[in-house]
Design a protein around this ligand. Structure first.
Ligand code: NAG
Ligand code: NAG
Ligand code: NAG
Length: 383
């Protein structure tokens, strides 16, 4: 038996060497400009609002005492994608301490942000329109400083990076999820075109400023987030067969359908641009549906939280917080192995889940158009 297995192993190894399975993609972007919410915030809100995230955040990868400013136990999807593009992690636009370099791009994503303009009660003032304005100021300042001489060129992108760079978007989740606290499902569905009109306005500004490469991530299955299951899924009839809140996923699907239609429209309108739609929803829903196949044990329960199974989530005590409840001091702690969990803190994904999403995106099968050799941003695509 042992011999047979070894022979098999050798054959498998040889096949792996001579018939490359999977794709090897090599990207050709000099820089990335990212816009979004907490899914891709690399320190914007911690810098902008002076927040101190509990050290549990980032611990898997960014060792304390340095706070990563990221809403996960480790790296985010954007970090894995930057890695795949052979680019350094993106610095947050507002993070001024320690001379951050913006040579390879800049990240405007801010936790809690929405596409629609922020209101007086929004947690995050940096909605999409503001992020676009921040970019416009960033670009103008960069060009101004570059014109003054070479002093800053080590830290700043060169002018051509603005046309050759990748503009990445992952926003809209808070517009939909936040609306469920004050609106009916029908009202939310009816508001989607207004949200996307605002998004289109921002994209158009970036295109008019010379942006030509756009990656637009759709929104994940919000109904499967622990926070939403805890708040809106107490009645089992409101849950689907995966334990996710049906109404939230219905709203997300319609948002994504219309977002996809918008990207199709822009692909037609901007013939000299690359507009790619990336289906994050399908990747995340596949992970939550078939989690054990991918080595996970908990598709919905939060790793870091309070309350224990089935959700380990209590909106009063968020991950890392200690509070007195009913006269007792309690702490929302992390789990022993975050790689078993899809959800980190009930709202955001674990590093392990983010890595899974990134690996699926990089197959090129979840994008429209799918990755192909004809795409100018791909140097190499081997099958
Ligand atoms: C560039 O650096 C040199 C040396 O530090 C300094 O003398 C000069 O004033 C700087 N120029 C600008 C435009 O900041
Ligand atoms: C999960 O696995 C089942 C069984 O292999 C498959 O039918 C299904 O399409 C997979 N994905 C989702 C999202 O259910
Ligand atoms: C506090 O007491 C209330 C009411 O008795 C109860 O519903 C709740 O679960 C308790 N919370 C904790 C954290 O024990």
């Amino acid at each position: 038996m042992a011999t047979k297995n070894s022979v098999l192993q050798i054959i498998v190894t040889l096949l792996a060497i001579f018939l490359p399975v999977g794709k090897s993609i090599k990207f050709n972007y000099p820089a990335v400009f990212n816009f979004g919410d907490s899914n891709s915030d690399t320190g914007e809100m911690t810098a902008g609002r002076g927040w101190q995230l509990p050290l549990l955040y980032g611990q898997t990868y960014f060792k304390p005492p340095s706070s990563s400013g990221r809403f996960s136990d480790g790296r985010l999807l954007i970090d894995f994608l930057m890695n795949a593009m052979e680019l350094p992690f993106l610095n947050a636009y507002l993070d001024s301490v320690g001379l951050p370099s913006f040579k390879k791009g800049c990240n405007f994503a801010a936790a809690g942000s929405t596409i629609l303009p922020a209101t007086a009660t929004s947690i995050c003032p940096f909605s999409f329109g503001i992020q676009v304005n921040q970019f416009l100021r960033f670009k103008a300042r960069v060009l101004e400083l570059l014109a003054k001489g070479k002093n800053f060129s080590k830290y700043l992108p060169t002018e051509d990076f603005f046309s050759k760079g990748l503009y990445m978007f992952d926003i809209g989740q808070n517009d939909i999820a936040g609306a469920f606290y004050s609106k009916t499902l029908d009202q939310i569905l009816a508001s989607i075109p207004t949200i996307l009109a605002e998004f289109e306005t921002g994209l158009k500004k970036l295109y008019d400023q010379g942006g030509r490469n756009f990656w637009i991530h759709n929104t994940g299955p919000l109904g499967c987030l622990t926070q939403n299951v805890a708040k809106f899924g107490t009645d089992p009839s409101k849950l689907d067969e995966r334990g996710c809140v049906s109404s939230h996923n219905e709203a997300t699907k319609l948002f994504n359908l219309q977002l996809h239609a918008l990207t199709k429209k822009l692909q037609g309108q901007y013939a000299d641009a690359n507009v790619v739609y990336v289906d994050i929803f399908s990747i995340k829903y596949e992970l939550i549906s078939n989690y054990s196949r991918y080595g996970f044990e908990q598709p919905i329960m939060a790793c870091c939280g309070y309350g224990g199974p089935p959700l380990n989530y209590d909106s009063q005590i968020t991950c890392g917080q200690t509070k007195t409840l009913n006269g007792t001091s309690v702490t929302a702690k992390g789990c022993s192995d975050s790689t078993d969990y899809v959800s980190w803190d009930g709202i955001h994904y674990t590093e392990a889940a983010n890595q899974f999403v990134s690996s699926k995106i990089l197959t090129g099968k979840y994008s429209d158009p799918p990755f192909s050799d004809k795409m100018p941003f791909l140097l190499k695509l081997k099958f």
